[in-house]
Design a protein around this ligand. Structure first.
Ligand SMILES: [Zn+2]
Length: 752
């Protein structure tokens, strides 16, 4: 028997349709499920990594000042790198022009960078003579003592990687075209996946016999870079496409392009990886991304496909060939005209920025910044522009000084202590603005790439003698109380081996190298950093009072009432020391260190008052004696003639603090494992400061130390042995400052 399944033709169509519908519903369900899966993934990622809110971190604005060592062309280069366009349209800042004779540069800022006011200031003309700035003349008004230009982008911090970030609007049109031509011609019109492109690639691959040609859009590449590191279980290509489609619904084309432009990997350069077109522009072309010419735009866009095979420093031929391919693709796409392409293709490769190579800008400072509370995002939720306190010029000087100073000390160590492992010590240096407490420069170690531990901010070591100025300032304040000790800068103790009994224990202070000086004034005790004399003075004021003063200075370590506290047993970091020394330049007020720029050029001192202005001034004068005839005499031997105050410190490590009229520098040298460093602060850390100061004046308006005595003080010239008024026959007399009424009135009677 034949069973005939008799189905009407129209029923067959109906079943087929129903089946198709079921399949379609299932597919739609699966699609919906997948869509929501990937949408959740994307939304979660967008929440965790809010690019829009990643702050762009800037250095402090660069200061130009008469006397600065700079040529017109060097300034032009600097302005290029800071994003100024060279244009005579001074009404469209930020721009600059250079005079035909090369002797002046005229700059128009978009805002007043000194105090961040948005009101555009008048253009200024910077005039040069003999490789220095001669004058800074505004279009109207008198010549300026200082003029600020745009700061440098330090970094945007993101997922442990640092990079300069630029908004879409700052990218030159040609760069956008070049990236489109090189990677994804139809980016601005497709919906995340370039179906036409895939089709084209498919046919081309088929013709070429199965060699795969990329069809990845910019959105797909972004998906891969940003999302698929943790999502390896699913089919990568499929996930990539799904995420690309969803990304397109969440962000605008401009936002997507901006993230891509800032995140794209562009090769290995010396010790670090280059991410983003802005960083690549600075490194490979020595200029701001805003100023790239057509050839440079094509060069950078060409790097994206295989960054390390076309890296222009290592593979100039490959880089050039790829650049010319991109130029051709730009012409094909109608982005540029044939003559433009010809001109660009004839250009040589740009010169790389050799000073940036191998050096991330201020890496220790950026690490430190990451530990500070970040400023809030702008009210509209966009990326905040964060101006830091870092002065890039002083930072470079500070880093050089650290290396040079360490090199000198290494040579001394090798000569004096051949058994000492001269290569294993470390160093740190921090520079503060004396009037605001702002951190201008920070070097946390000799080489960031080998040791990122930030000794400037995070290493806490015994302060040693750098504590002494605070001890004396407190003693002088105590002397002004009705029942206080009768102490002045001319008070005398006998510096000798002695035993101090305190709290049932005996303490024997030792002088450096066991050298004692007999009868000395307080001023000499500080200038020569005499331990025995300091403890004897402190005993007169009381050790609890001394410890209390130390505990008001913002150190992380706590001081206890004990004789050795006067010799700096408290643990401190170089940054804390530098900040504590602000008391001497701010009338006894301590300014906390700050890493953000407040906005105004000079902020009034608003820290807590730790000492009276009189005592702060008297001790500052004593520290000038340390430079003239005390433990910091090596400064003069280095040919530095700035009026300075300084204090050395020799605990297990070498310390040095130097004060000019507007800068405070604190240098440290020692071993990470806390072994005893064999040199004193005046023979070690001091050289970091002298190397710094001998270069800083060329880059920054360093003010000499010229403190004004507060009212109610009087100067007197005293015998350094008796502390009474000096007469003929006394050893070299010393001039000290006294609160009126406490100055010595009797003449020295000693027969010296
Ligand atoms: Zn005398």
């Amino acid at each position: 028997m034949r069973v005939i399944l008799k189905i009407q033709p129209h029923l067959l169509i109906k079943y087929a349709l129903l089946l198709a519908l079921a399949v379609a519903i299932m597919a739609a369900g699966a699609g919906l499920y997948l869509y929501s899966h990937y949408a959740r993934l994307v939304d979660k990622a967008l929440l965790v990594r809010p690019w829009d809110r990643t702050p762009t971190v800037y250095s402090a604005p660069t200061r130009l000042f008469p006397g600065q060592r700079l040529t017109a062309s060097a300034l032009a280069n600097l302005l290029y790198r800071r994003g100024y366009l060279r244009s005579s349209r001074l009404d469209r800042p930020p721009v600059f022009t250079m005079a035909m004779d090369g002797r002046s540069v005229t700059i128009a800022n978009e805002r007043d960078w000194a105090d961040l006011r948005p009101t555009p200031p008048v253009p200024v003309r910077v005039e040069f003579a003999e490789n220095r700035i001669a004058r800074i003349v505004p279009a109207a008004g008198a010549s300026l003592p200082v003029f600020h230009i745009r700061p440098a982008v330090l970094a945007a911090q993101q997922a442990g990687r640092r990079r300069a970030r630029v908004p879409f609007g700052e990218l030159p049109q040609n760069l956008v075209y070049a990236v489109l031509a090189a990677e994804d011609q139809h980016f601005f019109t497709h919906g995340g996946i370039d179906w036409q492109g895939i089709l084209r690639a498919f046919f081309r691959n088929a013709q070429a016999g199965g060699i795969r040609e990329g069809g990845s859009t910019i959105s797909q590449q972004l998906s891969k870079n940003l999302f698929l590191t943790t999502e390896r279980t699913v089919n990568r290509k499929f996930s990539e496409a799904m995420i690309a489609l969803i990304l397109e619904t969440r962000l605008s084309k401009e936002q997507l392009f901006e993230i891509y432009a800032n995140d794209v990997y562009l090769g290995q350069c010396a010790s670090f990886s280059v991410y983003g077109l802005a960083e690549a522009a600075e490194l490979y072309c020595s200029k701001s991304v805003r100023n790239l010419d057509l050839a440079e735009c094509a060069l950078l866009a060409g790097l994206i496909r295989s960054p390390n095979q076309t890296q222009p420093l290592r593979h100039p031929e490959e880089a050039r060939r790829r650049r010319d391919q991109v130029l051709a693709a730009m012409e094909d796409a109608g982005f540029i005209l044939r003559p433009e392409r010809a001109v660009a293709a004839a250009r040589p490769l740009p010169a790389a920025n050799t000073t940036l190579l191998g050096a991330v800008k201020a890496p220790y400072f950026l690490d430190y910044l990451a530990t500070r509370p970040a400023p809030a995002p702008a009210p509209d939720g966009t990326a905040p522009v964060v101006m830091t306190s870092l002065n890039l010029e002083l930072q470079q000087v500070a880093e050089t000084a650290l290396i040079e100073g360490a090199g000198r000390v290494r040579a001394v160590l090798r000569g004096k202590y051949p058994d000492e492992p001269a290569d294993s010590f470390q160093a740190a240096f921090v520079v503060l603005d004396a009037a605001s407490g702002e951190i201008l420069a920070m070097a946390g170690g000799l080489e960031y790439t080998t040791s990122a531990f930030n000794r400037a901010a995070s290493a806490h070591r015994q302060a040693g003698s750098v504590i002494k100025p605070f001890i004396f300032a407190r003693l002088l304040d105590l002397a002004r109380r009705p029942s206080g000790p009768a102490l002045t800068a001319a008070s005398v103790v006998v510096d000798r081996p002695c035993t101090i009994r305190y709290g049932g224990r005996a303490y024997r202070p030792h002088n450096y190298r066991n050298q004692y000086h007999g009868a000395v004034t307080m001023k000499t005790a500080l200038a020569k950093s005499l331990n025995a004399a300091t403890v004897l003075f402190a005993q007169q004021g009381g050790f609890p009072q001394v410890a209390e003063a130390v505990n008001q200075l913002g150190f992380s370590g706590r001081a206890v009432p004990y004789p050795s506290t006067a010799l700096g047993t408290v643990d401190v970091s170089p940054l804390e020391v530098a900040a504590a020394y602000t008391v001497f330049l701010n009338g006894g007020r301590r300014l906390p260190p700050s890493s953000w720029r407040a906005g105004t050029a000079a902020r009034p001192a608003d820290g807590p008052a730790v000492f009276s202005p009189e005592s702060a001034f008297i001790v500052l004068d004593m520290m000038q004696a340390a430079v003239a005839r005390g433990t910091a005499q090596n400064i003069g031997r280095q040919g530095i003639t700035w009026p300075l105050a300084a204090k050395t410190g020799t605990a297990r490590d070498g310390w040095f603090v130097g004060l000019t009229g507007n800068l405070i520098g604190c240098a440290w040298m020692g071993y990470d494992d806390r072994r005893e460093f064999p040199l004193s602060g005046g023979e070690s850390a001091l050289f970091i400061f002298t190397e710094f100061l001998s270069r800083a004046g060329d880059m920054y308006p360093v003010a000499p130390l010229a403190p004004e005595p507060p009212p109610g003080l009087t100067a007197g010239t005293v015998c350094p042995v008796s502390g009474r008024l000096a007469r003929a026959g006394c050893p070299t007399p010393e001039t000290s400052w006294f609160v009126v009424g406490t100055e010595p009135r009797e003449t020295c009677l000693s027969t010296h």
